[in-house]
Design a protein around this ligand. Structure first.
Ligand SMILES: C[S@@+](CC[C@H](N)C(=O)[O-])C[C@H]1O[C@@H](n2cnc3c(N)ncnc32)[C@H](O)[C@@H]1O
Ligand code: SF4
Length: 466
């Protein structure tokens, strides 16, 4: 039988793409992005969020624990180094007070679809504190048999007490920070962590019944090469993680001062970052993972893969998720909450957060109310980031009753114009859909920024586009 040979995918002139676009682009874990949140707008929006919540609506909760017992030089998270437990204990007291303040304002305990503890390192919490947190949350939200409870774990925190604590909290998914296993890379980012130590943690988690494991790794780190990254990925595959997140290292020393400890001469340039990301995507797919959005990978059985296949993937502040709740409560310093009408963010500084709750005030500091234009652009950007395509017929269904279909033509026209003006093959408009072809997926954030009305006129600095 004659084989029909397919033409190779067009090669994207990656240098020209980057030269033609701004070097930094948002990661679009929300739209509008955090720099658009306005100081002072938070409390009124939080009131609206509570008013808008219907009695039978399931909700999600994110809890931020901004403490670590080590300070990795690459870290871009909102966290503080401490070797003492006293500040953590004090913070937890404030967290309990915030939960009580929220509980007083809720007409009845909402069903809890998912709970995520992030940080910092929530794995620092003592067993009793995890049990107490679960009890406080159970007074405010209804846990259900299928409530997903996930937590970020720094393997260097692991001890017997941690595993008992995870059981007390009812954790169903653990996310393990790996970053890179090469000793020289680890030295350059101040994060020593052996494969054996990490493997023991994964094995122990599975033994106590936490079956779903995510591993975080990074590309673009100092002294990282494609070969070193490949070795790290092979070790991550050996851990048999169900999911992997492979983030590009965001070097933002103007914002995270400790990143100045990283020798910039050791950082791979943009071309090398691109090659690392490209190699990683091929390597993980050959190892049996499916690519999810721009930086996640999951085994075919995993809920993320199934959601991605069914067009049900979502994006939030933690990255890609199957969570489709309209309402997300963000608890703890700097946490961001979301509801249909907007976003709210808590006081970022831990001291100010604690002061607010001590005065019996919800610590909401900033926020942004969404116009219908924001909601539509948020939807367009989310679909591009999740599916690499926007189908304009489904857009009309999605917003039916909220906007006249005539007004939706604006967005279709924008998409057609974006495709017509694109000289690099990043997107095309075909059969009423804007499509990012597989070979251009590394540039998804750039294409998505075409729908970002704020990005077009602002000067905020984000991380590298690739
Ligand atoms: C809160 S941390 C992980 C939990 C735990 N503290 C640990 O380090 O293992 C969440 C993840 O954010 C990612 N991350 C942190 N700083 C980053 C940066 N500057 N650029 C890109 N990703 C970063 C890392 O992959 C990290 O595992
Ligand atoms: S990477 Fe994790 S352990 Fe390291 S400083 Fe950041 S949050 Fe803490």
């Amino acid at each position: 039988m004659n084989q029909i040979s397919m033409p190779p995918p067009p090669i994207i002139d990656f240098k020209s793409v980057l030269a033609a676009h701004r070097a930094s682009v948002p990661r679009y874990t929300s739209y509008p992005t955090a720099p658009q949140f306005q100081a002072g707008a938070g409390p009124a929006l939080m009131d609206q969020m509570l008013r808008d919540l219907s009695a039978d609506e399931p909700v999600s909760v994110y809890i931020h624990i901004p403490f670590c017992d080590r300070l990795c030089w690459f870290c871009g998270c909102h966290t503080r180094h401490t070797l003492k437990y006293a500040p953590i204990r004090k913070y937890l007291a404030s967290l309990h007070q915030e939960i009580r303040l929220l509980s007083d304002r809720l007409p009845c305990p909402p069903r809890l679809k998912s709970l995520h503890l992030g940080g910092g390192s929530p794995s620092l919490l003592k067993q009793q504190d995890m049990a107490d947190l679960r009890a406080a949350l159970a007074d405010t939200f209804q846990f259900e048999p299928d409530t997903e409870i996930s937590i970020e774990i720094d393997p260097s925190d692991a001890n017997t007490e941690l595993y008992d604590g995870l059981l007390a909290l009812g954790v169903t998914r653990a996310s393990i920070g790996v970053q890179d296993f090469h000793p020289e890379v680890q030295k350059a980012i101040n994060r020593p962590q052996s494969f054996e130590q990490t493997q023991q943690v994964v094995q122990r988690l599975r033994k106590i019944g936490i079956q779903s494991i995510n591993v975080d790794a990074l590309y673009g780190l100092p002294l990282q090469s494609t070969d070193r990254l490949r070795d790290t990925l092979a070790q991550c595959v050996a851990l048999q993680a169900d999911r992997m997140a492979l983030f590009g290292y965001a070097h933002i020393p103007w914002f995270k001062k400790h990143q100045r400890l990283i020798n910039e001469a050791d950082l791979p340039d943009t071309m090398m970052r691109f090659e690392q990301a490209d190699m990683a995507a091929h390597f993980l797919q050959n190892a049996g993972y499916q690519a999810i959005g721009i930086d996640h990978f999951a085994k075919p059985h995993d809920a993320l893969s199934i959601a991605a296949q069914n067009g049900k993937l979502h994006r939030n502040f933690q990255g890609y998720t199957t969570d489709n709740c309209k309402t997300l409560f963000g608890l703890g310093a700097s946490s961001i909450g979301r509801f249909d009408g907007g976003y709210v963010q808590n006081q970022v500084a831990t001291g100010q957060y604690q002061e607010c709750v001590a005065n019996d005030q919800l610590p909401t500091a900033k926020g942004v109310k969404l116009s219908i234009d924001d909601k539509i652009r948020a939807h367009l950007i989310e679909r591009l980031m999740c599916d690499f395509r926007i189908c304009f017929a489904t857009l009309e269904q999605h917003f039916s009753g909220q906007i006249d279909s005539k007004n939706l033509q604006i967005y279709r026209r924008e998409a057609i114009q974006m495709a017509a003006q694109d000289q690099f093959g990043l997107c095309r408009f075909s059969q009423d859909a804007l499509i990012i072809p597989p070979e251009a997926r590394a540039f998804t954030r750039i294409v998505a920024s075409g729908f970002d009305a704020y990005y077009q006129r602002e000067t905020a600095q984000y991380s590298k586009a690739v």
